[in-house]
Structure formats: structure tokens, C-alpha cells
Write a protein that binds this ligand. Structure first.
Ligand code: GLY
Length: 311
């Protein structure tokens, strides 16, 4: 089948001055993933490559440049999920890993469990050959500055380029039809140490089922968890009623993917009054995206192979 790839750099109040960096970050993530998929490579390799680019970019809240906890350190959450097996690899509260997606992949492929946290996750990573860094290596000057101001001035939004959102994610399907979804985040600014958001939780920040599609979410984690947003969006992809004017058993094409994305984000607003967004691919590779924030950074590979990015 035709490969497909969609990425995001978070749904938030992205200021004008960060728009170009967010767009170019998504563009580079697409290039990294597509260079693998377009040559017949595996969706898991593509998704890892795309997310590494996003984690390394300090404009996004993942890996280097993540928001800091109340105590001033980075604690990252991450997940990757295989749509064929429904198996996930997830890790939480990582503070010594440059690219959390690599730990998620190691857990997915080489761990009897599906989720590890903190010290245990980092020990597992080290034993599988993933180098640990100094906690300070993940802290950008901009985030340290935002953290200082938030501590002094009650967490004012204007101190942040991204305030609470800037999670990254990707969904990919390769030529063989393998479907994977991933989400990686530094979580919310000045969160309590040990706080776990939606991102690493299967069904909340990410879900993939080859029978329906794959989703990666962004936004206020405590709200996304309430509606299990990623699984909810995947279930919307299964519903025949989203395939308006389409006989049952016939693919609905792109608009149904878009409708499922919109319905899930609508539900987030309606039932939790919170903000966020998501990207998805349905099982045919049609992209969908939606957000109720002022902006979301995202990009996908169009049918003609061109990269479409938007903020
Ligand atoms: N959605 C990211 C977080 O709340 O941690």
C-alpha cells in the first residue's frame, strides 16, 4: 500500500515569532520519516526518526527544551504503539534521556512490560545501550527563564512561548501496511515532580489499531485522560456513521478521517472545557487533524508526495 506520515508539534497558543520554527521543525520531521518510508522502510523506523527530530528541536516541549517541573528539572513522558499487535512501549518521568522515543521503542521491542517509569525505565534504557545524559543537558535557556518567571509570578502565560502545550507526535504507515503512532512530551510547566500526563498512557495520548487507524494527541493532559481521547478518536474511525453517504464496507476516504479528528476534539471541549488537538491516519493512510487552540503545528505527506505543513 501507499505509505503515509503525519506529525505534530503541539496545539497551543503559538506566538507569531515561533510560527516559522514550528513549521520548519515539522518539515524536517516529515523529511526524516519520509526518507525511510518512501524507500520501502519500516513505519517504526520512520516514526522514530521523525520524533527524534521533534525532540531535538527546542521549540517543542519534548526532549531538549522540555518544560521544567516545579523543582526545575525535565521529566519526559513517551509512548509508541504498534497497530497490528496493539502492543505499546511507554516510559514516564525520564530525566536523563536525550531522545525518549528510543526508550519507548526499546520497551516496545525488548521488554516484557508495556510501561516503565523513572529510575527503572532509565536503567532499562542504559542496559539496552541507550546512553544517559546529564539532567541539565535537556534544559534550554528559554525554558529555564520561563520557569524562573513562573515561579516568581504565579505561572503567567506570557512567560512561555508555548505555555503548557507543545507535545510532539507522529503516525506512520509503511508499504507493508504496518501502522505505528507515537507521542513524546515534557509535560506541563511547573508540574509537580512525578506528575504523569496523558501522553504515555495507552488510549489517552496515543493509540493505534491497524483495523481503524492511529492517533497522537496534544493538549491539557488531565483533560485528555478524562475522555481517553486517542482511543475515542480511533473508535470514531470505526463508526459507520462517520462515513456519511458511503455504503457500508466502502472506504470513506479523507473526509471521514477529518470528521473523526474533529469529533474527538469537539468532545474534549464539550466534556472537559479544555484545549488540545490531535493528528491521525485512518487505516487507508488518510490524514486527519483538529485542534481547539489558537494554533497547532502539524504536517503530513500529501498524495502527490509533497509535504504540507501548517501552524
Ligand atoms: N499533553 C501533555 C501533557 O499534558 O503532559
Amino acid at each position: 500500500m501507499k505509505p503515509a506520515l503525519i506529525v505534530h508539534g503541539g496545539a497551543w497558543d503559538i506566538p507569531d515569532e515561533a510560527v516559522d520554527s514550528c513549521k520548519s521543525g515539522c518539515q524536517r520531521a516529515l523529511a526524516a520519516g519520509w526518507s525511510i518510508l518512501s524507500k520501502g522502510g519500516h513505519a517504526l523506523d520512520a516514526i522514530e526518526a521523525a520524533v527524534v527530530v521533534l525532540e531535538d528541536d527546542p521549540v517543542f516541549d519534548a526532549g531538549y527544551g522540555s518544560h521544567l517541573t516545579l523543582e526545575g528539572r525535565v521529566e519526559c513522558d513517551v509512548i509508541v504503539m504498534n497497530g497490528a499487535t496493539l502492543r505499546a512501549g511507554a516510559a514516564s518521568t525520564l530525566h536523563r534521556v536525550k531522545n525518549p522515543i528510543r526508550v519507548a521503542r526499546a520497551i516496545l521491542e525488548r521488554c516484557p512490560h508495556m510501561m516503565l517509569v523513572g529510575e527503572g525505565a532509565e536503567r532499562f534504557a542504559k542496559e539496552r545501550g541507550i546512553a544517559l545524559c546529564n539532567p541539565g543537558d535537556l534544559i534550554s535557556e528559554a525554558e529555564r527563564d520561563a520557569w524562573r518567571k513562573c515561579k516568581e509570578d504565579k505561572h503567567a502565560a506570557e512567560h512561555h512561548r508555548g505555555h503548557e502545550q507543545g507535545t510532539v507526535g507522529a503516525v506512520a504507515i509503511d508499504r507493508e501496511g504496518n501502522l505505528f503512532a507515537a507521542t513524546s512530551t515534557g509535560g506541563t510547566c511547573c508540574k509537580l515532580p512525578g506528575r504523569v500526563g496523558d501522553s504515555p498512557l495507552i488510549g489517552c495520548g496515543c493509540y493505534a489499531d491497524s483495523e481503524a487507524g492511529g492517533v497522537s494527541c496534544t493538549g491539557y493532559g488531565e483533560a485528555i485522560m478524562k475522555i481517553i481521547m486517542a482511543k475515542t478518536a480511533v473508535d470514531f474511525l470505526r463508526r459507520p456513521e462517520v462515513c456519511m453517504n458511503t455504503p457500508s464496507g466502502v472506504s470513506c476516504g479523507g473526509p471521514s478521517a477529518q470528521l473523526a479528528a474533529r469529533e474527538a476534539v469537539h468532545l474534549l471541549g464539550k466534556r472537559t472545557h479544555a484545549t488540545g488537538g490531535l493528528i491521525l491516519l485512518d487505516r487507508e493512510g488518510n490524514p486527519g487533524f483538529s485542534f481547539n487552540t489558537p494554533r497547532m503545528a502539524y504536517g503530513y505527506v500529501a498524495l502527490d508526495g509533497n509535504f504540507v505543513t501548517s501552524v
